[in-house]
Ligand binder design. Structure first.
Ligand SMILES: Cc1cc2nc3c(=O)[nH]c(=O)nc-3n(C[C@H](O)[C@H](O)[C@H](O)COP(=O)(O)OP(=O)(O)OC[C@H]3O[C@@H](n4cnc5c(N)ncnc54)[C@H](O)[C@@H]3O)c2cc1C
Length: 293
């Protein structure tokens, strides 16, 4: 597939200095007149390729101070600000230690140059089914904090955030301010495996995240997140239920991996056929569970 890049379409540009200023602008945003962006690594190529409609005004969030934080607290868990770059999430010592699946997923995105610019928030707000951070955030039961003018605030579970390809529950007047993740269950193991035709700089054909704990020979706290195999990133809930509380054994793992594959609803596209994707879900879920054990 060839993408032709042209100049950016004509539009206005503002760079608010505070979240309040940005939210004030978005309040006058009836028909998507304003579009916020952070790193621009999704939005700018799409605008140049005329893949998305150009807004009247682009709102550059990079001028907003105090939004690039990565804070951890034993009780409240992890908070990732909207402007924290993919690279800072990948390399954060606390994320590497406490949430290795997220560090791995971040490290699998694009190149270091793109990761230095792009944000984890942009990765999920973009809402492509293949977003690499999504299976990890699903496994970690993340929540997103959405803000609007005059103190408007709501928290949405990541499982409810994605609505379809390119669609989320975000309203035109809202900004995703933070991602929050509770402390992981004790002794949990987790892994993200990305399959893409080229080893680097390509989107996932299949992305699989698994998080679990093994307690007295049984599976506990099982989470399986899948990317690029449904209209949105999904949890393989039936496969999780098969494993949860059951004794660890090979036949069960094989059956659960097959069930996860059956739960996937991939499409054929230029990257891979639906059939191949389904087969690879089975292979990778099995591999990811074994790696966690
Ligand atoms: C060469 C290249 C390779 C890539 N490879 C990968 C890859 O391997 N895996 C992958 O998953 N992605 C990949 N991407 C896509 C992209 O880099 C990532 O999705 C990145 O994390 C996007 O972050 P950003 O801050 O640049 O998003 P932006 O482009 O700034 O924004 C993306 C979307 O999120 C919205 N948005 C951003 N911030 C907010 C906010 N705080 N509140 C509300 N809405 C917001 C914007 O309106 C826009 O719709 C690649 C991109 C390029 C150019």
């Amino acid at each position: 597939m060839v993408t032709f890049y042209r100049r950016l379409p004509k539009m206005g540009y503002v760079k608010p200095g505070s979240l309040e200023e940005a939210l004030e602008l978005l309040e006058k945003n009836p028909n998507g007149r304003y579009r916020v962006y952070a790193g621009g690594t999704d939005v700018i190529p799409k605008l140049k390729g005329r893949v998305i409609q150009s807004p009247e005004i682009l709102v550059d969030l990079k001028g907003v101070s105090d939004l690039d934080h990565i804070d951890f607290d034993e009780q409240k868990g992890l908070y990732i600000g909207a402007l924290a770059t993919v690279r800072s999430v990948e390399t954060s010592p606390v994320i590497k230690e406490r949430y290795p699946i997220l560090s791995q997923a971040a490290g699998s995105i694009a190149s270091i140059q793109v990761r230095n610019r792009g944000t984890i928030t942009g990765n999920i707000c973009n809402a492509v089914p293949s977003a690499d951070s999504a299976p990890a955030l699903l496994c970690l039961d993340a929540r997103v904090l959405l803000y609007s003018k005059n103190g408007g605030e709501r928290t949405v579970d990541i499982t409810d955030f994605f609505k379809g390809p390119g669609l989320t529950v975000l309203q035109p007047n809202e900004i995703l301010r933070e991602i929050n993740i509770s402390a992981s269950p004790e002794n949990s193991r987790s892994v993200y495996i990305k399959l893409s035709p080229r080893s680097r700089m390509d989107l996932a054909v299949v992305g699989v995240g698994v998080l679990l704990t093994k307690t007295n020979g049984t599976f506990r706290n099982v989470r399986i997140g899948l990317g690029a195999v449904a209209p949105t990133p999904i949890r393989a809930l039936k496969a999780e239920a098969m494993l949860e509380g059951s004794e660890v054994n090979d036949d069960l793992i094989i059956n659960a991996a097959r069930t996860a594959s059956e739960e996937s609803r991939p499409i054929d596209d230029h990257r891979a056929s639906a059939e191949y994707r389904k087969m690879m879900v089975e292979v990778l879920v099995k591999r990811a569970i074994h790696q966690c054990l």
